[in-house]
Ligand binder design. Structure first.
Ligand code: PLP
Length: 434
């Protein structure tokens, strides 16, 4: 009897990444083939995974007046923006550069929400001329400047005020944004006064209210707390005669990175939104337009980064597996001590002896590591995949150590399309003068 082909076993959190016949696949494409064709480091994204993640939000919000604004900063590659724009998403942007990216893929301007604490006058003007749907304003000073700029170009700026509900998102301090000590938003206590000011300024039209409490949130409780705080404010603001048309609950839902030391798994987006909408209904705001700004949860588990093992370096205290991807490609471990699963592209033969390695890149920094204490059976020339690399990896990539940024491939079924060419070294100093 011939042994049955191993059934595709999807990896935790990444339903479209699986081993088939011993080969790591994204959908129906073998990553080894892509590494051969395009070189490494290489980011590969599954369009089905993005569609799957978006569908969970759409199910959760079904039957509501709701707008999903993808947070562009999680992964701003045009091919991904295009996929999401074509699926009906709006965009949450935090810079003039992200605005141009969204417009470049044909995003509907009225579905674009402009967030961020440091918008320049130039960025405001461009966004007004493009006709963005809302400015999420983060300070009184910004309200004044936006009013001036809007009058100057004869437009009316739709505004929400980003309120800081003082809720602990219980996530990494660098990605927690809804606490009093954070630089984001206007304090809950000052929100009503800020709305009065917004309503009185020429060139502004109050459209909604906004909050965003952090990222990689793994439980519903902080969302429910923030919602309650925001709804209290909506009631107070409307009692003062200022109608709030939409409520923007931000993004922040976490993903499963497959780490074994972190037992908290984020709720699925549809379950989370069923619970949140039930609370919205119970509080009597069920007919209100809802806006959300998910980033990581739409793309994080849709991407992997393929890297080649360059050297094995045994040491007295640590063994190092030196790969050709580094902190400039994948900054999350260096920035947040973040965990990413690392798997070989070719499943090791059963019983192959594994060694415990720190997987590190070539950059001249001790912080340049991708994974610590990983059991791997690998040799130079073989390839590894860093999983859950769809969000806050390529978008944060830099050219540190004069390393060109990686190429990107978008997979759809058995089809793989190069969507970003590998950067050339000449590109890196093209604008410099010696
Ligand atoms: C980063 C950000 C988001 C998206 O956060 P995720 O954790 O990626 O979902 C949404 N809104 C604002 C204002 C942000 O800064």
């Amino acid at each position: 009897m011939t042994p049955a082909a191993p059934s595709p076993a999807p990896l935790p959190g990444a339903p479209f990444v699986s081993y088939r016949h011993g080969q790591l696949m994204v959908e129906d494409v073998a990553l080894a083939d892509l590494a051969r064709a395009h070189g490494t480091p290489l980011f590969v994204y599954s369009s089905a995974a993005i569609g799957h993640a978006l569908a969970a939000y759409q199910r959760g919000l079904a039957g509501r007046d709701a707008l999903i604004c993808y947070a562009v900063k999680a992964n701003s590659s045009l091919a991904i923006l295009k996929l999401l724009a074509d699926a009906g998403c709006g965009f949450d942007i935090v810079s003039g550069g992200e605005l141009e990216r969204a417009l470049a893929v044909g995003a509907a301007p009225e579905k674009i929400i402009f967030s961020g604490i440091g918008k320049t006058r130039q960025e405001m003007r461009r966004a007004l001329e493009a006709g963005v749907g809302c400015f999420n304003v983060e300070s009184l000073a910004e309200l004044d400047v936006l009013s001036e700029v809007a009058q100057g170009c004869g437009r009316v700026a739709p505004v929400s005020i980003r309120v800081n509900p003082n809720v602990d998102a219980r996530t990494h301090p660098y990605i927690s944004t809804g606490l009093k000590g954070n630089k984001f938003g206007i304090a809950h206590e000052q929100a009503l006064a800020a709305y009065r000011r917004a309503a009185s300024l020429p060139g502004l039209r109050v459209a909604g209210i906004d909050c965003h409490i952090g990222s990689q949130i793994t439980e519903p409780a902080p969302y429910l707390e923030a919602m309650d705080r925001v709804l209290d404010l909506v009631a107070a603001i409307e009692a003062a005669g200022i109608p709030i048309h939409h409520i923007d609950f931000g993004g922040g839902l976490g993903i499963d990175y497959g780490g074994t030391d972190d037992p908290s798994l984020p709720p699925p987006a549809d379950a989370l939104w069923s619970a949140l909408l039930a609370r919205l209904d119970a509080r009597g705001f069920g007919n209100r337009k809802v806006v959300i700004e998910p980033g990581r949860s739409l793309v994080g588990n849709a991407g992997v980064c393929v890297t080649e093992v360059l050297y094995i370096k045994p040491g007295e205290q640590k063994n190092f597996c030196i790969v050709d991807a580094a902190m400039n490609d994948l900054p999350r471990p260096a920035l947040y001590q973040a965990f990413h699963r690392i798997e070989p592209l070719a499943a090791p033969a059963p019983g192959a002896p594994a060694v415990i390695y720190d997987v590190v890149g070539p950059v001249c920094e001790s912080g340049d590591w991708l994974g610590r204490d990983r059991a791997l059976a690998v040799a130079p020339g073989e390839h590894l995949a860093v999983l859950s690399a769809g969000a806050y990896c390529m978008a944060m990539a830099s050219n540190y150590n004069t390393r060109p940024r990686a190429a990107e491939v978008l997979v759809s079924g058995a089809e793989a399309r190069l969507v970003r060419r590998r950067e050339g070294v000449q590109d890196l100093f093209r604008d410099e003068l010696a």
